[in-house]
Write a protein that binds this ligand. Sequence first.
Ligand code: GDG
Length: 447
Amino acid sequence: MSSASGGLVTAMDPVLRRRRGTWTGWVGAPNAGQDELSRALGSTPARPPYSLQAVPLSATEEDLFYRGFANEVLWPLFHGFSDRWSSEPRYWEAYRTVNRRFARSLASTVSWDDLIWVHDYHLMLTGKELRALGLNHRLAFFLHIPFPALEHLEEMPWSGELVKALCHFDLLGFQTNGSRSNFLDAARHFVSDAFTEGSGDEHPIFQGRTIRTGAFPISIDAAAFSADTHGSLVTAMEREIRAEMGDRTLILGVDRLDYSKGIPEKLRGFDLALERHPELRGSVLLKQLVVPSRDQIPAYKETKGEIEASVRRINERWGTQAWQPVEYLYDSWSRSELLAHYRTADVALITPLNDGMNLVAKEYAVANQGSGVIILSAFAGAAQELGTDALLVDPCEPGSVAMAIFQAFQMSPRERKERMERARTTVRTHDVHRWVEGFLAEAICAG
Ligand code: GDG
């Protein structure tokens, strides 16, 4: 795939296309510069219509900062995988160095009236670094992943410094109220002097500035998704997929390779559904796309091995000459292929163990023009908005997943249609443009 796949790019690219500004970032490969960043964000060879400022990292920095601190420390810790994070001190040192570099790079290009909006767990120290460089700008931060409970944070020696650094932003945005309130608990614990009399419980004051916090559930460019869904290529692909499927019910899984996405757990639930409900055998197909991601990290390699072994087991157990229950693809699709699958799938099976939001659920709700069913983990941020229209499951309980699969299979066309229409309306009326407007309105009041 030519452009970067991942929730942050999907969300932010349409926003910058509409509002312009400068995207400062690292492309994800050693020593990559402006051209690589442009290629990763736009569809080659076109440059996106906003400015780009690449911050290059060396191979060692990629290893220690990105693979190391961001993805082997913060990612597991913030998703509540206490047994998976690494306490390697070199990772932390690299994280500080790279955050400082980002801050310097930003400081060298901003105009006096710019709002600086920092995204995600990779750059939590930049607010502090920018203030240290003397910047008095409005600084806002949005966390795309969950903010963990204090009991998890306390396990890591650098948490106090991280939380204190976050307090240099004027506005801190989270996906859910739960994450926001976890942050306030952590700030109360690590930066107690910010909660003086007069600051109130909800609005800490740090070094003379009030810190605003809020829940801003991220979304998708629903209108663009909906329009692209009607393209002729998508329609042709949809026909092809449907013809291959025959009368079978297509259950679709689209996940980045990640232990937090609950793919082995999903397969356990599917296996149990086939065991408990013989009607499903020969009548359903689980098509599971796993998009390559962070596959140099041992925990990701293990997860991949686990998924592949589980797919083999299920296909050996239930498969016949005429039918294999799971089609597994370790690949990434073009946008048209992705949309065609969203359109064709009768069920989207989305079972993360913990997820900031999960955009796949929202994309499916908009792109599936028929009457699909969303089976969604209760631990995805998206469950808070789509909860009543999706079938919510506990991904760690195979019985819960199996029951939802059977319920979706049996659901009347009318109920499917009603649920899907409500879900679609929710996403359309809470799209990424509304998200950005809500966030920016708050950011403008801040500072
Ligand atoms: C983080 C948080 C939060 C996936 N495969 C293909 C493809 N994708 C696109 C999807 C979707 C995005 O990647 C994945 O977004 P998610 O939200 O599911 O997950 P993360 O990457 O983990 O994102 C997450 C998000 O940030 C935004 O705040 O929702 O909780 O973890 O847009 O469509 N796109 C294409 N081909 C693929 O094969 N074209």
